[in-house]
Design a protein around this ligand. Structure first.
Ligand SMILES: Nc1nc2c(ncn2[C@@H]2O[C@H](COP(=O)(O)OP(=O)(O)O)[C@@H](O)[C@H]2O)c(=O)[nH]1
Ligand SMILES: [Mg+2]
Ligand SMILES: [Zn+2]
Length: 302
């Protein structure tokens, strides 16, 4: 190992940071000045410099500035918890069938991405189960509002190259409910990983949780996949209720046409968002998803 090296934090367990560098992976500690400077905890995705000590152990010497962060506001702890640093995009992974796509969860994940100014892509796996029907209109509608929808089949490999192209060189939060085929997609991308694939319960159609928490997986052609289960439990506690409409991208051009400047797009007269829901140009579930986040954000404000 050279005197000084830059690497990416892959994982943190029991006081040990696993750091990925072009020359290999090192287990490091965080002590002294770097620990004080880091302020908050060093998280997956952080870029750090490290050095090897005489006894052969490695330590982090500096945490480089973050260009983005994915965080959640804990209602209980009333503070921001950074889940991952330097994230470039969010991939919301669902399946076309078994289980059916949960648009309410999808809306939430997209809103989290928007609130962090991160682009999002929708991945619809199990394309083989869609039959002749293909992508249902409800899902196709997301591409009309500006979210790319990629169809994949982890079992045949269809659509996987397109996905790989989007992942190359970026840090992507790879998220979605269990059982949709996230581990299977990863195995299709990188067979050497040999991740455990869960079996879908015959009765519920829901998969078992088989993927561990809070880690970054380096991809062979550059880039990383971040597995941050915390994103699914996002609470809009730190979000200003007035900013929430902005997290629903098709609402944005409309809000300035609402009669009241402080319209919350709930039931106000002259609300341009509600008019669009009524005439069908905004999907009703998008509005329902907005309202539930709005309620949570307002509740947190007290
Ligand atoms: N038919 C079909 N089944 C798939 C596909 N991808 C994954 N599966 C199956 O879906 C189940 C859940 O997959 P897994 O990768 O563990 O999902 P995860 O929980 O999102 O990581 C497993 O039984 C997989 O074999 C696919 O593209 N088509
Ligand atoms: Mg999995
Ligand atoms: Zn309005």
């Amino acid at each position: 190992m050279p005197d000084s090296l830059t690497g990416r934090v892959l994982q943190f367990t029991a006081g040990v940071y696993r750091i990925h560098t072009p020359g290999g992976t090192y287990d490091c500690s965080l002590r002294g000045r770097a620990k004080r400077d880091a302020g908050e905890r060093v998280v997956v995705g952080d870029l750090v410099t490290l050095e090897q000590l005489e006894d052969g152990s490695c330590r982090i010497t500096e945490v480089l500035p973050r260009h983005s962060r994915l965080s959640r506001h804990s209602m209980a702890k009333r503070r921001e918890q950074v889940l991952a640093a330097n994230v470039d995009q969010v991939a919301a992974v669902f399946s076309l069938a078994r289980p059916e796509p949960d648009v309410r969860l999808l809306d939430r994940l997209l809103a989290v991405a928007e609130l962090h100014d991160l682009p999002a892509v929708i991945v619809m796996n199990k394309a083989d189960l869609a039959g002749d029907v293909g992508v249902p209109p409800e899902i196709a509608a997301y591409s009309e509002i500006g979210y790319p929808v990629l169809c994949t089949c982890a079992t045949t490999g269809a659509g996987i190259p397109d996905l790989q192209e989007r992942l190359a060189g970026r840090i992507t939060v790879f998220t979605g409910p269990s059982g949709v085929g996230k581990s299977s997609i990863l195995n299709a991308i990188m067979p050497e990983l040999d991740l455990r694939v869960g079996t879908v319960g015959e009765k519920t159609g829901k998969g078992k949780h088989t993927t561990s928490a809070g880690l970054l997986i380096p991809l062979t052609d550059g880039g990383y996949l971040a597995d941050t289960p915390g994103i699914q439990y996002f609470e809009p506690a730190g979000v200003d209720p007035a900013d929430l409409a902005h997290a629903f991208r098709e609402f944005r051009p409309l809000v300035e046409h609402c009669r009241f400047a402080d319209c919350r797009h709930r039931a106000e007269p002259g609300c341009a968002v509600i008019e669009a829901v009524t005439d069908g140009s905004i999907a009703e579930h998008r509005h329902v998803s907005y309202l539930s986040l709005l309620e949570a954000a307002e509740e947190a404000r007290g």
